[in-house]
Design a protein around this ligand. Structure first.
Ligand SMILES: *Cc1c(COP(=O)(O)O)cnc(C)c1O
Length: 377
């Protein structure tokens, strides 16, 4: 059996080695390293995949969030509601821009922000809400969109973990994660569901006015070369990364399917263990399982993690601390209600290996050892 890893990028590469190698070589041969034809084509293909009018690729997912927020022209002291249980990047850029992150609790079952938590935290300074579609499934967005319409705040979705997930509205209409609010942001960090061979990210929207601003901000605030309209940043997806993503985008749906198969295997093997709660599904979203995250009850999480590690099984704690318990954010964030669920999750969550290259043997080995830990230890 091959060594078990949290992600296996090398074996994923081997399946499409020829296409990837050729794509990279073509970039080198053309020596168009920045803004080449692969860059243009990738933006078009991703827009088509997402069914959105404009994709602006950029340097990474954190930049994507920063650029998207910059495009809104918010003012110092404006409040931005974010979940307390998320990756720090979401709140970091809000702080960097002089805005106030208002952190709210998440739903215990799905790990996602909910309309009720947002409602509790609304003030007349609330200008923006950034739902994070955590671990691969969309937050329940329809009521959140209704609330946004009532209170005129903007919605930027952090889709770094959920690219390719579908959300279905009450009327039966489906849209891709990130296309539900005003702006979607994603990351192509190598281990993300659509990953490149370095850093990459994208912002996408159906709003042409915002799209123009976003494009300008990502490129030094230029409306055209050497015409700087606003203060921007330099954030680019390079052409080699774009050429890799062009190839891998063709496989994204299959990659997500294989993640779902792994999740189903875990579900049926672990669903009846008393001390484990398997991940719940949002009713209206598909789940693309960026992570398969269980909750371990009765303070057994750390012991289980250690036991698995001794058996050669890696696992990760996403996330060990809620935002308000991080030194960088503790004094910056404003609490938007109780945060006890986020705190509880930090002590219970454990993410198991999930990726596109897992074998049945590996999966069986993992679940056998989890069962062994609880019943034969
Ligand atoms: C990965 C990630 C980001 C940041 O993306 P980078 O490309 O690493 O900058 C932001 N938000 C979430 C939820 C993420 O998982």
């Amino acid at each position: 059996m091959e060594k078990i890893q949290m992600v296996d990028l090398y074996n994923q590469y081997l399946h499409i080695k020829e296409d990837i190698d050729n794509a990279i070589l073509e970039c080198i041969e053309s020596s168009q390293f920045i803004k080449g034809k692969q860059f243009d084509q990738f933006q078009l293909n991703l827009a088509e995949y997402l069914n959105v009018s404009k994709v602006i690729a950029c340097g990474n997912g954190t930049d994507a969030l920063q650029i998207a927020i910059m495009a809104l022209g918010l003012e110092k002291g404006d409040e931005v509601i974010v979940p307390a249980f998320t990756y720090a990047a979401t709140a970091e850029v809000i702080g960097l821009l002089g805005l106030t992150p208002v952190i709210v609790d998440v739903d215990y079952d799905t790990f996602n922000i909910t309309v009720d938590k947002i409602k509790n935290a609304l003030t007349n300074k609330t200008k923006l809400v950034v739902p994070v579609h955590l671990f691969g499934q969309c937050a329940d967005m329809e009521p959140i969109i209704e609330l946004a319409n009532q209170h005129s705040f903007t919605l930027i979705e952090d889709t770094a973990q959920a690219l390719g997930a579908n959300y279905t509205f009450k009327n039966g209409f489906s849209k891709k994660a990130g296309c539900l609010g005003n702006i979607g942001c994603t990351s192509f960090f190598p281990s993300k569901n659509l990953g490149c061979f370095g850093d990459g990210g994208a912002v996408y929207t159906d709003d042409n006015y915002l799209a123009e601003k976003i494009k300008m901000i990502a490129s030094h605030g230029q409306s055209k070369q050497y015409v700087h309209e606003v203060i921007g940043v330099n954030s680019r997806l390079d052409n080699i990364q774009a050429s890799i993503l062009l190839e891998k985008l063709k496989h994204l749906d299959n990659y997500n399917l294989s993640r779902q198969e792994v999740a189903n295997f875990y579900d049926s093997a672990l669903g009846n263990i008393n001390n484990i709660i398997i991940p719940a599904r949002e009713k209206k979203s598909t789940h693309v399982f960026h992570q398969y995250t269980i909750k371990v009850k009765n303070n057994q999480r750390d012991a289980l993690k250690k036991y698995l590690s001794n058996q050669g099984i890696p696992s990760m704690i996403y996330y060990p601390k809620a935002l308000h318990h991080q030194k960088a954010f503790a004094s910056l964030v404003k609490r938007g209600g109780s945060l006890e669920i986020s705190e509880q999750l930090c002590s219970e969550v454990l993410s198991l290996p999930i990726h596109t290259e897992m074998s049945k043997n590996q999966l069986q080995y993992i679940v056998d050892h989890i069962i062994h830990f609880f019943y034969e230890n």
